[in-house]
Design a protein around this ligand. Sequence first.
Ligand SMILES: O=C(O)CCC(=O)C(=O)O
Ligand SMILES: [Fe+2]
Length: 452
Amino acid sequence: MGSETLPKLPFLDFSKIEEDLKVPDTTYWFKACNDVREAFEEYGCFIVECNITLSSEFRSEVFGSLKELFDLPTETKMKNRYDQKPLNGYVGQIPKLPLHESLGINNATSLEATQSFTNIMWPHGNGSFCKTLNTYAKVVAELDRMVSRMVFESYGLEKYHDSYMESITYLLRVLKNRAPKEDESNLGFVTHTDKSFTTILHQNQINGLQIDTRDSQKIDVELSPSSFIVIAGDALMAWSNDRIHSPSHRVIINERAIDRYSLGLFSFSNGIVEVPEELVDEQRPLKYKPFEHLGLLRFFRTDEGLKSKCPIKAYSDSIIVPDHLQNHFHSGSPLDSSGSPPDSISTWITFNQHPRSPPESISILITSRVNQCSGSSPDSFSTHITSGSINIPDHLRLNQHPGSPPRSISIWITFGVNRQHPRSPLDSIIVSNHLRACHHAYRASFANSIWL
Ligand SMILES: O=C(O)CCC(=O)C(=O)O
Ligand SMILES: [Fe+2]
C-alpha cells in the first residue's frame, strides 16, 4: 500500500527582514511578500519564525501570567465580557467542551484597555500581568502589521494599507486547554474558521492545533518556542474576493500531563470590509457585498449564522438593497431639471421590536462602493458613509404600551448623495442595535421588515 505523504504547512523565515522593516524594498522583502500570498492562497496559513523579541524569560512571564489568570475563580473570569462585541469575552464551562476556557482582552495593544481588563480580574491591581500582556500584544501586532502589508503589496494594493491599519483593533484571546483525564475526550476546541482578518497564534510547548487543507486533510501544527502560526480569517478571504483561503481548524489535546496555553491575536476592522475594485474583474466577479465586520460577529451568533456552512457568505448575501434605491445609483443618478443629481434620497425602514428587548436606539450605516468609482481614493471612503443614530421615542417602544403595543416601527430616513460620486452604487443600509448586540441579525432587508 502506498502511503501518501501529508502536505506540510509553509514555513517562512522573516528573521532577515526585521532590520529592513522601515525600508521594505529589498529583494528579500519582495520574495517574502510573494511567499505570504502563496501560503495564504493555498493553505490560508503559514508558520513564521522571526526575530521579534520573545526571549525565553519573556515567554515564561507570558505563560506564568496566563496560569495566574486561569487560576482565578470562575465567577471572576466570567466578568470578562464586552456587551457590544459578541465572542470577545469569557468562554468556558461548556459541558461538551470541558477542557476549554478562554478570555479576551479587547484592544489589547492599548495600555488603558489592558489595564481595565486587569482591574476587573484583580480589583487591587496586577501591574506585571498588565504590562506583560500589553507588551506581548504590541510586539505581535507589529508582526501582524508586517504580514498585512505584505499581503496588500503582493496584490499591488499598498495604497490601501494605511487606511486599513487605521481601522484595525486587536483582540487578544488567551486560551487554556487543560490536560484531559483518562476517560475524557481530547477535543480542545471545535472546528471553525476565524472571523478576523488575520489571527496570530502562539503556544506553550504543547501542540494540539490541527489545520484542514483545502481538500480536507488534517495537518498537525508543530510550533517551536520561537515561532507563530498566522491564519487568514473570513474577513481576509472576503476582502481578497476568495483568493485567500480561510482554513477550518480545531484543537486536539494528546498530551495528558501538562495543560496547554495559547494566545491568539485577532485583527478586526471597526468599520466596513469591502473588496478592492482591483480584485474584481470578469473572471472573478464580486463575491461579497461590503459588510460591517462587527455585524459578522453578531450574525454568527444568530440561528441563521450558526446553521450556515459559510457564515460570511450568508451574511454578505443577506445584505439587500431595495431596487428603487439601487436604480438611483446604478444606472446613473436621475438628473433634476437643472441637470444635477439629487442631493438626497429617502426611504422607509421598518423593523419589528424584539418583545423582550425593544431597542432604545438604532444606528444606521449607509455604504456605497466608492472605491469602484474612477478617481476615488481610499481616503474618500469615510466621506461616503452616512451614519447616524436614532433614538426610538418612548411612546413607540414596545414595553411602554402594554395595552396595545406597536410591534413594528417605521422610520423615514434621508441620506445625502455625494455630488462628486453620484454614480457610485449603493451597497447596503445596515440597521443595527448596538446596545443589544447579541439578539438578532440586523441587516436591513427591505423586502421584509427586520427584527431588532
Ligand atoms: O488554541 C489554539 O491554538 C487555537 C485557538 C483558535 O483557533 C481560536 O481561538 O480561534
Ligand atoms: Fe481559530
